[in-house]
Design a protein around this ligand. Structure first.
Ligand SMILES: Cc1cc2nc3c(=O)[nH]c(=O)nc-3n(C[C@H](O)[C@H](O)[C@H](O)COP(=O)(O)O)c2cc1C
Length: 161
């Protein structure tokens, strides 16, 4: 079995839940990205600050992660969708760790379930990208299908080896 890690950022817990489920199914390690400075928790400001950072592909500093990415053969990335893009912490991770060619699968969590703009960027960036899943925020009734998508993604990744 390939040595895998699920690397994710989550602001409000949806991506975290999915990352934990996926890592368990895959028997993969799991690494959470955390920014030193968080965007505002409440109100419209979180969308302005977070959305602006995402659109302009900012790389906010991350807390140190005790992790050697060199030991992994495949990386699975998880991110919320912010202003159509990946969360800025993902940009910071990819800047600090030159692992783009190891990213084999990605999953996103968004309010509405759309991740097309983000996936366009990812497909350009990750030459080995094979699988993806678009999940929904738990406040969206369509999130009832999240578990099925996570299961499917896990099976695709495992059968792809
Ligand atoms: C700053 C910000 C920007 C967002 N932009 C979008 C967006 O463009 N499209 C969308 O469907 N949801 C958007 N959302 C909603 C999140 O993608 C959604 O709530 C997601 O499930 C959150 O994942 P998390 O709980 O792991 O943080 C945004 C949320 C935040 C905080």
């Amino acid at each position: 079995m390939k040595k895998r890690v699920v690397v994710y950022y989550s602001f409000e817990g949806n991506t975290k839940r999915a990352a934990e489920q996926l890592a368990e199914k895959l028997g993969a390690d799991i690494v959470e990205l955390r920014t030193v400075k968080e965007i505002p928790r409440k109100g419209i400001r979180k969308f302005f600050v977070g959305g602006g950072q995402a659109l302009f592909k900012k790389c906010p500093p991350l807390w140190n992660m005790e992790s050697d990415m060199g030991k992994y053969e495949e990386i699975i990335l998880g991110t919320p969708i912010w202003a159509g893009k990946c969360a800025p912490a993902i940009n910071s991770f990819l800047k600090a760790y030159p692992v783009e060619e190891k990213v084999a699968a990605v999953f996103t969590s968004s309010g509405g379930g759309d991740n097309k703009s983000c996936m366009k960027d990812f497909s350009r960036r990750f030459s080995a990208l094979k699988y993806s899943a678009a999940l929904c925020d738990s406040r969206n009734p369509a999130s009832k299908d999240n578990e099925m998508y996570i299961q499917r993604l896990a099976e695709d990744i495992m059968h792809g080896e």
